[in-house]
Design a protein around this ligand. Sequence first.
Ligand code: GUN
Length: 295
Amino acid sequence: MSTITTYELLDGKIASRAVQERIIREVAEVTAIRGRVPHLAAVLIGADGASRTYVDAKVKACEKVGFRSTLIERSAEITESELLDLVRTLNNDPDLDGFIVQLPLPKHIDEEKVTLAIDPRKDVDGFHPENLGRMVLGLPGYLPATPAGILVLLKHFGIKTAGKHCVVVGRSNIVGTPMSILMSRNSEPGNCTVTITHSRSKDLASITRQADILIPAIGKPEFISADMVKPGAVVVDVGIHRIEDASKKRGYRLVGDVKFDEVAPKCSWISPVPGGVGPMTITSLLLNTLKAAQI
Ligand code: GUN
């Protein structure tokens, strides 16, 4: 087996720029028809640094494509019933096309209850069971933002997926599980033979080494090493972690679930962190919001 030493980047900034240019054109059309621009609200509970960064990026992306955005901040002391009331208010706000509640929520709040309270027609994160059920059945609905963004990324760079073996590492409700379903669907990208692995999988490396397309989404910094990757694989790194780094002005650096420096030379394509999947998640959220405004 030969070891590949040149690889290409699945650059999420490039792919998201292309999609956002299309969104900007469609915003003009939908605004002309409806007399107002698409409007997304983001709910941020507490002061978690990473969540704030993500929400700020979502709000900024809305401005860039000409959407209206509203940031709703509440303290970490908010009660579950107060948050559920807020969700109901947003469900009934006719000026709002869609909204998200940034996760994770404080421990005293049941995320499942909050997700279930969101009107599926405004659930632009695609987390509500109705939208997940629609995804499984191939019915119209909102796809979860990160898996949908990965499909757009693969499509943008012309990655062929039909007949390939895709290994997803992680079975979360918002990434691993929906990703495995989308990659197995009869569509392009899709038509993969999919293996979903998780913390109880035995001899994980022997499975990941069989992947033509490897999608690590386990939330463990630099977990995937070069010996776990098949030469020539396409690797899409979903992880994003802050690692303390005194040499950086902000005191940390960002890494993914993959040891990029040693894995990249083995790949045909690999997504960087940051600048890979992250921008695609945001772009999917914009696409879902545009769709909500077009209905
Ligand atoms: N937390 C991590 N990723 C996401 C996401 O895509 N949406 C929301 N609402 N919370 C998240």
